[in-house]
Design a protein around this ligand. Sequence first.
Ligand code: SF4
Length: 498
Amino acid sequence: MRQARFEKPDFYRSGTVYQLLPFQFMDFGLGRKLVVNEVGEHLILSNAEFQAFVSHGLDQACDTYLDLKTKHFLYDSESKVPFDLLSIKYRTKRAFLAGFTKLHIFVVSLRCEHSCPYCQVSRVSTDKARYDMSPETASRALDLVFRSPAPEVKIEFQGGEPLLNFERIRQIVEEAETRGAASRKSLEFVVCSNLTLLNDEILGYLQTHNVLVSTSLDGPAFLHNANRPRAGNNSHELAVRGIRRVREALGEEKVSALMTTTRLSLQHPHEIINEYISNGFHSVFLRPISPYGFAVKTARSTGYRIEEFVEFYKRALDYILKLNREGTYFVELYARLLLTRILTPFPTGYVDLQSPAGAGIGVAVYNYDGDVYATDESRMLAEMEDKQFRLGSVHGDSYEEIFGNELLRTIVASSCVESMPGCADCAFQAFCGADSIHNYGTQGDIVGHRPTSDFHKRNFELIKHLLTLYHSDSTIQRIFWSWVQDAPLGQLTEGVPQ
Ligand code: SF4
């Protein structure tokens, strides 16, 4: 049998007036192919155009030729600096790598007074003060934060419920401010809280030190209270009151909210969005449940198949698009993130979907006891007795030992979509990313198996859906561009690029 082999270079050059540049492609239905290049530029071609293009037979005078040339799918003798332009776009898309770790998460307490069945952090009850971060651990963690080369650093306080150890938040904010002024790093602080413990003193402090607030809002009262039970069954009432108080004290844009989709949520996409609108939000982030912590133990009551989430997401997105068509500016934030990648060369800084994965190099987590983890999810795995992704400890390990160790190098090397099996030849790789910790947590292997991966199924289906919508309707194109530019339709600064 004759073995397949590459021909000599002349075979590929002969008789052609243009050369192909690297790209991926996939069938896009209706007799079309989607082509996407290394920097995320995309085009949809008819099968006949695609065939002519790849066999070097495309007419140089046709529009498709010019489109392919402009978007760096081919070059010819008249192309001016195509590789320089491509490399600039490539560097722009990878700009998130500059500066190394920018997001530093402090788990100041593992205690919480809620008992959410899907809780990702396997909280412990409020009386266990030994699960609070100590002053010494906080200071040592800050030593590592200020070794990070990033000129801009975000410090996020998580738990449990971080306000249960507000004293530590104060210490960290004030120490960081002092060290930030000396090191000329710009700092941003965010506290992720259920707002139950919010009081005037805390509000005053957050205002004085410009601390942003991120909270949870899962939907209307019946849904939020079912998802987030606490004594008194008033979690929703307290969250909504807290959001209002933060807005009054700190300003409209200083509070954001996240929702988690449980099995109950799947039936109520419209109600969830209406709840966000009625509480003054202009966006929602539709998040699937995380397969860690208590969510594993309660999967039978709160869990669902990823296909059900995708169906829920599409219904919710349909409703959001309807609202936008009717004049209400409202954004789905995961769609904005994916659209920014699909429509622009700019990185999003979203550490859960990048290549290489953001674990350790984009985000680091300092647990209450001083252990350092590559992501919040790896800390949750540790709470499930699996310390596979523990990078080291602030008590005893140096910056180099934690952020330069073999474990972190392995995570980075195993999470480049450009070389991962299944992703390497996927047309969506420029829009997508990898999550080694998720692969390990759900499939027992950091590289993972794409055909059975929930991470892949969710991202593949959502990217395809967004591209299909974008290319089916000019009004949707304008709405999507308004989301990317973060401006209501009437304030779009530029026309919609074709
Ligand atoms: S995870 Fe799936 S959609 Fe994303 S690049 Fe890999 S194969 Fe493509």
